[in-house]
Design a binder for this molecule. Structure first.
Ligand SMILES: [Zn+2]
Length: 299
């Protein structure tokens, strides 16, 4: 059984025409049940992360602003959300969810969240639809608990993982790897431990060649205690915000290669959802389920 983490409160109930496709989290949970990848009672349900966990990766002032719906307008605009109580709840649940996913991965070898991968959130604030950097929070909590010493982040979301790179810029215990569209958001990129910029309209073959060239060596050289895999589906050719040209088969092959490489090395893998911005929520949710389908092959 693949441990899958989900909380209905991942969905902060935005209007259907919002630029962020909030409905995908609920639809993904339904798709996972329809496909038999999860049962109604099999989801692991995270509670809301307390401020003390989130403040291990973020400025306490910003954390308190999010918790009390008092985020300055300029920061809320950079995030792209009205910073309401449901948005705060969603961000807290997603952070606790990625931590829960990591703990389940350490117990079972592999586990996946149905949210997470908010990689644009940096220490002092959120940005780009990201409120709290759930992967950074999970890593910091696991380190504070003494559960891990070293973590590797393999970020295949099409956008550069600037927030994660910034949070861990001076932390030699965390290796950040980002494969992304060079000409895409964010304009000002923050150097990861290793960045792999990709050209516009990059197809399956070129993309997979890039993935194969870096994931194995990063693991062999860094020898992490856990890998966080951001399986964003926004490199797909139909994505509104992507700029790359991967097919559905390309995404399957990507996920299979990364998960296989990590599991063959005997390292736990925590999968998080990352970005995906198609308008058709059903099709988008099915595409996000690629991560969970492929992860099931490794249970
Ligand atoms: Zn993205």
């Amino acid at each position: 059984m693949l441990p899958i983490v989900h909380n209905p409160r991942y969905n902060a109930e935005f209007p259907a025409d919002h630029r962020f496709p909030m409905g995908k989290f609920q639809r993904l949970a339904e798709v996972l049940m329809e496909e038999g990848l999860a049962g109604p009672g099999t989801f692991h349900v995270p509670a809301e992360a307390p401020a003390s966990w989130i403040a291990l990766a973020h400025d306490r002032t910003y954390v308190d602003q999010v918790f009390s719906s008092a985020v300055p307008t300029a920061i809320a605009r950079e995030i792209g959300f009205a910073m309401t109580p449901p948005v705060a709840t969603r961000a807290r649940c997603a952070s606790a969810g990625t931590l829960m996913t990591a703990r389940l991965a350490m117990e079972h070898g592999i586990a996946c969240n149905t949210a997470g991968g908010s990689h644009h959130a940096r220490f002092a604030q959120g940005a780009g639809f990201c409120v709290f950097n759930d992967v950074a929070v999970a890593i910091r909590v696991l380190m504070a608990d003494g559960a891990i010493e070293r973590a590797l982040v393999v970020d295949c979301d099409v956008h550069q993982g600037d927030g994660t790179a910034a949070i861990f810029a001076n932390d030699p215990a965390v290796f950040t790897l980002s494969l992304h569209a060079e000409k895409n958001y964010p304009v000002r990129k923050v150097p990861s431990s290793l960045d792999v910029p990709l050209f516009d309209e990059c197809d399956d073959a070129a993309y997979l060649e890039a993935v194969r060239a870096v994931v194995g060596p990063a693991m062999a050289n860094f020898r992490p205690d856990i890998v966080f895999y951001n399986a964003g589906v926004d490199p797909h050719r139909d994505d509104r915000l992507g700029r790359l040209a991967l097919s559905d088969e390309g995404l399957v092959e990507r996920d299979r290669f990364v998960i296989d490489a990590v599991r063959e090395a005997g390292i736990p893998l925590a999968g998080v959802l990352g970005g995906g911005y198609q308008r058709d929520i059903d099709s988008l949710a099915r595409r996000h389920a690629t991560l969970h389908r492929v992860a099931w092959e490794f249970v």
